[in-house]
Design a protein. Structure first.
Length: 293
């Protein structure tokens, strides 16, 4: 199977390229320099030139706060860019995997979100990503929409790396304890995608590491594993705080936990627990200390 990956230099994209290659697929990794998804003509040219069997669409506008004041930019990439990719995929008969987000929900539910719950995005980012879901469904026949959350990996910046840096530098660290979600290790998500694209089980999937926690609880575990696996000296005293104490341009969901109903009913293998993912992430970081020091 020949796989074309957009956003191949991104945090998720780099691991998707690696895992797909390890699985024996022929991989075409396209960075922004190789493929500007907002350019319809270039999109069609690149995709028809390679004629992949599947496109894993990792390229996205992910700056949640910046999107609030850059509405055109967010929709240009996440909606129009996805339309261009979907139309090109349909042109060559390729399967399309669109990576979406928990931000398509309003975050106010008292229980985990099902794939078939009504969406109600509260931010420009969430609205633009949902627009991408609509473009995927409207312009491509063979599609998978994969919603994920709280992503962390070796490549690029993320919450885990930020906490490791602050934990070594700050005497006191306040972390929000009233937002709940499921951290997701990019390697585990990439492995799920590899399994998914070999099937014809199209539809919407929720794919995060299993289990849930607050950002504060996540940070507690980050520090525990950093001391154990990396031997780091964490100077910071960790203190829980509320969302109201840290106002941001974009509203953060109180509940980002998603039920993995589609994974179960389609007989697919679920992702491991987030604590297991975090532990393996730390072991990977141990091999590359320059990534966190």
């Amino acid at each position: 199977m020949k796989i074309l990956i957009t956003g191949a230099q991104g945090q998720l994209g780099q691991d998707v390229v690696a895992i797909c290659s390890q699985a024996g697929f022929e991989v075409v990794g396209c960075s922004r320099a190789d493929l500007d998804i907002t350019d319809e003509a270039q999109c069609l040219q690149v995709v028809t030139g390679h004629r992949p069997d599947c496109i894993i669409h990792c390229a996205a506008y992910t700056a949640v706060d910046a999107a609030e004041s850059d509405i055109d930019g967010a929709f240009l990439v996440n909606a129009i860019g996805t339309r261009n990719v979907a139309m090109a995929a349909e042109q060559v008969g390729a399967k399309l995997v669109y990576i979406s987000t928990d931000y398509v929900f309003n975050g106010e539910s008292g229980k985990p979100y099902l794939e078939y719950d009504l969406v109600d995005p509260q931010t420009v980012y969430g609205k633009s990503k949902y627009a991408g879901e609509q473009m995927t469904r409207d312009f491509c026949t063979r599609w998978f929409i994969v919603r994920t959350s709280w992503v962390f990996g070796l490549h690029g910046g993320n919450f885990v790396k930020t906490m490791l840096r602050l934990g070594q530098d700050k005497p006191l660290l306040q972390v929000v304890n009233d937002q709940k979600g499921s951290p997701t290790y990019t390697v585990d998500l990439a492995r799920f995608l590899v399994n998914l694209i070999t099937t014809e089980k199209y539809g919407i999937y929720h794919a995060s590491n299993s289990g849930s926690c607050t950002w504060y609880e996540f940070t507690e575990m980050i520090f525990t594993e950093a001391k154990k696996e990396l031997g780091l000296s964490i100077a910071a005293t960790l203190q829980p705080c509320s969302t109201e104490q840290f106002p941001r341009p974009a509203k953060r969901p109180s509940n980002s936990v998603m039920e993995h109903l589609a994974i179960r009913v389609n007989g697919l293998e679920d992702l491991p627990h987030w604590k297991d993912g975090l532990r393996r992430f730390m072991l990977e970081m141990k091999q590359q200390p320059d990534l966190y020091l």
